[in-house]
Design a protein around this ligand. Structure first.
Ligand code: AP5
Ligand code: MG
Length: 189
């Protein structure tokens, strides 16, 4: 089973991914976490990523796609166990690249779980987290930019996956447990 967890910044992708992994034993690939690790380790990728992340912008598609392809070509257990993709794809070209990559291994995306949350709630959650997260992008100006980028570059994927019959809308304005109950129902189908 390969799942995409989809939603705006602060919608709960990371939080729900943890619960999905516990229950379904999938690999978690969070591209945001991966890039933050590169930044912390001061790698070449990290230096590029830092420029974009701190401004609330997406890193270039080709760089992101190459990072992901490398992961899959170096770890056969990803395909064996299945993956929950958190924060990827974020653009239509990334979605197309993901489909091609998975096809190479004889598999594909099984479902896209879309966490839909009110904008005020998203901002509150990220500001609250920003008090302790140390994330360079959890401040009001960068949060606004991230939301703008989400609306212009990422939200078109909702139509992309709806057209393919893969999008499962989840009301993400509720408690973590209520949301997870709904996600589990969708994934158990
Ligand atoms: P990324 O790390 O993916 O950040 P994001 O999408 O902006 O989302 P967040 O991680 O902030 O939120 P989340 O949806 O995971 O919510 P969470 O569970 O943490 O990406 C960061 C940057 O990396 C991007 O801006 C870009 O620059 C770059 N990048 C990453 N992927 C890329 C890609 N594919 N292509 C190009 N660039 C890429 O929850 C948020 C907060 O709310 C937490 O404090 C949590 O405890 C709380 N919370 C969660 N659920 C609830 C609830 N139900 N009720 C109340 N509080 C809740
Ligand atoms: Mg996250």
């Amino acid at each position: 089973m390969n799942i995409v967890i989809f939603g705006a910044p602060g919608s709960g992708k990371g939080t729900q991914s943890e619960k999905i992994i516990d229950r379904y034993g999938l690999h978690h690939i969070s591209t945001g976490e991966l890039l933050r690790k590169h930044i912390a380790e001061g790698t070449k990728i990290g230096k590029v990523a830092d420029e974009f992340i701190s401004k609330g912008l997406l890193i270039p598609d080709q760089l992101m796609i190459d990072i992901l392809a490398d992961l899959f070509h170096n770890d056969a257990t990803l395909i064996e166990k299945g993956v929950i993709f958190d924060g990827f794809p974020r653009t239509v070209p990334q979605a197309e690249a993901l489909a091609d990559l998975l096809k190479e291994f004889g598999t594909g995306v099984d479902a896209v779980v879309g966490l839909e949350v009110e904008e005020d709630e998203l901002i509150n959650r990220m500001l609250e987290r920003g008090k302790t997260s140390g994330r360079a992008d959890d401040n009001i100006d960068t949060i606004r930019k991230r939301l703008e980028v989400y609306h212009s570059q990422t939200s078109p994927l909702k139509d992309y996956y709806t057209e393919r019959g893969q999008y499962r809308k989840i009301d993400g304005n509720r408690t973590v447990e209520e949301i997870f109950t709904d996600i589990s129902k969708e994934l158990d189908r």
